[in-house]
Design a protein around this ligand. Sequence first.
Ligand SMILES: [Cu+2]
Length: 175
Amino acid sequence: MRTFAVLSLIALSSCSMLGAGPTTAVAELIDNSSRAVGSATLTQTDAGVKIVLDLKGAPPGTHALHIHNNGLCHAGEAKQFDSAGPHFNPYGKKHGLEHPDGPHAGDLPNFEVKPDGSAHVEVLAKLVTLEDLAPNSLLKTGGTCLMVHMSPDDNKTDPTGNAGTRWACGMIVKK
Ligand SMILES: [Cu+2]
């Protein structure tokens, strides 16, 4: 057993010596016509997962951004991106950054799309991780996805925040 433990330690340290770096993931977003509308890079930090999202061709104005529970982004569903399921909520909380019994781990702040249809968003998702096997991992079995809604999130109405139609969806996949 002792030999095994020592060997495991050596294996772990060689990984970091090779410069594996922080775990990262990506999400390529599509709209309901399967049009590519942007992409996100997700990076593990000590304080959570940093998400950097760039969008194009989006409706100008304020929009909700969430992480949803399923890694499924099927364009053309009768109810847009319904397969993505509800918000990622591994701790069974209520929805909303301002809800006293919230938030869902997948609740993120609203963001602005410029008049030219572009957006650049940088946000720290503090309640999730990219670590395998953690209950709040975005890389869990079945996956998760990043979702942009047509409307802003009111940050308190359970379970959706009244964020309206799901406009764009991107599966979160390990890089
Ligand atoms: Cu959502």
